[in-house]
Design a protein around this ligand. Sequence first.
Ligand code: ADP
Ligand code: MG
Length: 301
Amino acid sequence: MKIGILSRNANLYSTKRLVEAAQQRGHEVRVIDSLRCYMNITTRNPEIHYKGEVLEGFDAVIPRIGASVTFYGTAVLRQFEMMGVYPLNESVAITRSRDKLRSLQLLAKHGIGLPVTSFAHSPDDIDDLLNIVGGAPAVIKVLQGTQGLGVVLAETKQAAESVIQAFMGLKEHILVQEFIKEAGGSDIRCFVVGGKVVASMKRQGKEGEFRSNLHRGGSAALVRITPEERSTALRAAKIMGLNVCGVDILRSNHGPVVMEVNSSPGLEGIENASGKDIAGQIIEFIEKNGKPNKTATRGKG
Ligand code: ADP
Ligand code: MG
C-alpha cells in the first residue's frame, strides 16, 4: 500500500515508529506536513498539491494532527477523504474529539461515566456553577487545552472563583469539573486500535502534581484494567467514531470516569510501558480496513 502520514515532524517518536512499521511490512510510506499542502477544491476533481507536486496514488492516510493545527490539518485530511483515500481516523471524528465540551456532551448522551461537569459563558453564575460540581476543590479546564496546560486545581471556593473570573475575563471557554481526589494524581490511558484495547498504562503525576500528563513530568507503568474499564474505553472510542485513540479514565469512587478521548495518542509512553509493537498493530489495522472510498463520510460534514 501507499500510506501517507500527516505529521509536521518526521523526527517525532510516533511518526518514526509508524514509518518503520509500515516499511517493515513492505508498504511505501511518506510523511506529509499538512501545513505545506495546498488544495484545489474544484468540483469532482479534488487535488492536493505539496511543495510543487500533486499528491497521487495514496491508499491510506494516518493523521497525526497536532492540537495547534487542528483547523488546517483536518481540512487537508478532509481533502484526502474527498479523493477517496482511507483515513485511519476521519476528519469529523478528530474535530469532534478536539472540543472537550462537545466530546463530554456526546459521551454523556450515551451514558458513559464522567466527572460531574458544568460550564457557563457569563461570570454571573459562578456560585451555582461551583455548586453543581459539589463546590471546591474543583478542576477548571480551558476547552482547547492539551498536555495538561490549561488545567487548574482550585483548592478553595475563593481560588475557584478567581480562576473562573480570570478565564472568563480572557474570553476563554472553560468547564468546571468535580475533582476526583481518590485518583491520587493518576489516570489510566487505554490505547484503542480497531475496537480493541491493545495496551493500557497507568500514568502518575510527579510528586505534588495532580496532573498525570507525561509532558508535565508524569511517569507511566503497565496496568491491568478491569472489564468495566475496558468496556468503557471501547464504548467511548465507538461513540467518538475513532478507530485509533487513547481513552483517558480516572478511577473514581463511583466507577471509571472518562476524562478525554485523544485522537492522536502518542506511541512512546505506551510502547515503552507495554513493550508492544503498537505501531505495527496500527498498520495491520490499515491493511485490513484501508480500502479506497471506504470512509463513512467522504469528507462530508
Ligand atoms: P489535557 O487535555 O490537557 O491532557 P485533561 O483533561 O486530560 O487535559 O487533564 C490533565 C490531567 O489532569 C489528567 O491527566 C488528570 O491527571 C488530571 N485531571 C483532569 N481532570 C481531573 C479531575 N476532574 N479530577 C482529578 N484529576 C483530573
Ligand atoms: Mg489529558
